[in-house]
Ligand binder design. Structure first.
Ligand SMILES: NC(=O)c1ccc[n+]([C@@H]2O[C@H](COP(=O)([O-])OP(=O)(O)OC[C@H]3O[C@@H](n4cnc5c(N)ncnc54)[C@H](OP(=O)(O)O)[C@@H]3O)[C@@H](O)[C@H]2O)c1
Length: 266
């Protein structure tokens, strides 16, 4: 049996570790995160399943850390990329240190794109490959006014970027054998947000998220929302709303509400 090599970021806990455990029976693995001790422990556990496991410590909030991983991907032997590492940085925007903005967006939005850019040529050359990015249901939440939702401008900006990037890439390379998926979990019981998910009754387990994602990949799903029933119709409504903006808004004339205001000033 040939074992595909899977590179997983954010493998030191939560959803990333769950992917690694699910894949270890028939994949070799490259595990990426900052906490090398955690990665080493997981690697030892997974080698017992027969997987060859590399540990690649890297801080994906820094361009040097991203380069460590893109250099590894550029060797062209990684057949599955799971870009999962992330951090919330939940806070009202005025309380976010300006210096932290770049690091958060680098980790949550730039790193996934840089990693996919590094992995894709090898997959296309091999004639097979899988790319999974982990976004969030909050990527859809810009207009959500529920006061229980976290203060999240930067997180939504980054995860919406990941969602839009991955969906657009899926369209761009639809005629290749490379499969692309963006996962949008709801609340998950992990170390995320200081483990807050463990106290939320509707939190999903990281194992269920990873399992849904890998099943969805086999089903050809570009978007995987693990808890969402009726995803096909929700996506159809989303596509219709997007088309209404893109097609409806691409006009040479101002919309009537603006044209009227302009006419009133004349
Ligand atoms: N938990 C939720 O409710 C939830 C919901 C929707 C989406 N998600 C998404 O799911 C993904 C995984 O989160 P999780 O729930 O599994 O949380 P988690 O248990 O906190 O895991 C986050 C992972 O990201 C890694 N990471 C964080 N900052 C990093 C950095 N600067 N460089 C490299 N790796 C870094 C962490 O490893 P180190 O600390 O060792 O670096 C850890 O392995 C994230 O992208 C998150 O946005 C989570």
């Amino acid at each position: 049996m040939t074992r595909t090599l899977a590179l997983i970021t954010g493998a030191s806990s939560g959803i990333g570790a769950a992917y690694a455990r699910l894949l270890a029976d028939d994949h070799d693995l490259v595990l990426v995160a900052r906490r090398g001790d955690r990665l080493a422990d997981l690697a030892e556990e997974l080698r017992a399943c027969g997987a060859a496991v590399e540990v690649l410590p890297a801080d994906l909030a820094s361009h040097d850390g991203i380069a460590v991983v893109t250099d590894r991907l550029a060797t062209g032997d990684v057949g599955m990329l799971i870009s999962n590492a992330g951090a919330g940085g939940y806070a009202p925007l005025t309380e976010v240190e300006p210096a932290d903005i770049e690091a958060l967006l680098t980790l949550n939005a730039v790193a996934p794109i840089r990693l996919v850019r590094a992995a894709l040529p090898g997959m296309l050359a091999a004639g097979e490959g899988s790319i999974i990015t982990v976004a969030s249901l909050l990527a859809f939440s810009a207009g959500l006014t529920d006061p229980r939702a976290p203060r999240r401008t930067l997180y939504v900006a980054a995860k919406a970027a990941t969602l839009g990037f991955t969906r657009t890439l899926a369209t761009e390379i639809a005629d290749t054998p490379v499969r692309v998926q963006v996962v949008c979990p709801g609340v998950v019981a992990t170390e995320w947000n200081s483990g807050a998910g463990h106290n939320i009754p509707w939190a999903m387990t990281p194992e269920d998220v990873a399992s849904a994602s890998l099943t969805g990949l086999r089903l050809g799903e570009t978007v995987c929302a693990p808890g969402l029933e009726g995803q096909d119709s929700a996506l159809a409504e989303l596509l219709a709303a997007e088309a209404a903006f893109v097609t409806g808004g691409n006009q040479s004339a101002l919309a009537a509400r603006y044209a009227q205001a302009v006419a009133d000033r004349l």
